[in-house]
Design a protein around this ligand. Sequence first.
Ligand code: CDP
Length: 213
Amino acid sequence: MSVLIVAVDGPAAAGKGTLAKALADVLGLPHLDTGLLYRAVARRMILEGLDPQRDDGEALARRLDQADLARADLRVPEIDRGASGVATQPGVRAALLQRQRDFARASGGVIDGRDIGTVVFPDASVKLFVTASPRTRALRRFRQLHGDAPLSDAGLTALTDDIAARDRQDETRPVSPLKRAEDAVVIETDALDSAAVLARALEIVRASQGETR
Ligand code: CDP
């Protein structure tokens, strides 16, 4: 494979999306946030009165269109949980797999998700695994959604519990669990802001490209 594919995996709200988008801009590659695919399936199911934790979402996953993915209302707690629920279904994952591979076939890309380096692009040119403690991630997600609004200790603890529950569901599902690929480079981001994470990721990408030339 000669196109450059950068796989960015990691747990909920670790900053994968922010990093992947910035990396794609700098490298001049398309960016795909694969979490949006699972979120869009969950939203469609809820609209149709189906339960993403229990009902079969495969038929809807096969019918997703661009408008489903472009919606601004995909990052709400009900859809956080629903996406993690539908993501446990082998049929849903199979329906979305080819679409993810086709995205990067012609010109490569920066792809973020949970199983990009392990399942979707096991031969990716570079694999990054971005992580941070559940409390840091809960705080980041709150700031992303609510800016400077006040957050009590109890509120932060509840959000941290939600994130930890989603980690558990993502890590323990039998199909394509969240797991670091053996050849992924870990970026631990508790003490790094987004500019520092980008700088570190670029170093890793450039080092790997230097090695292959
Ligand atoms: O942005 P955040 O990290 O909160 O979540 P996301 O990346 O939008 O993903 C939402 C949910 O989709 C996750 O909790 C996973 O269960 C699922 N997902 C997945 O299973 N595989 C992927 N490649 C991407 C997301």
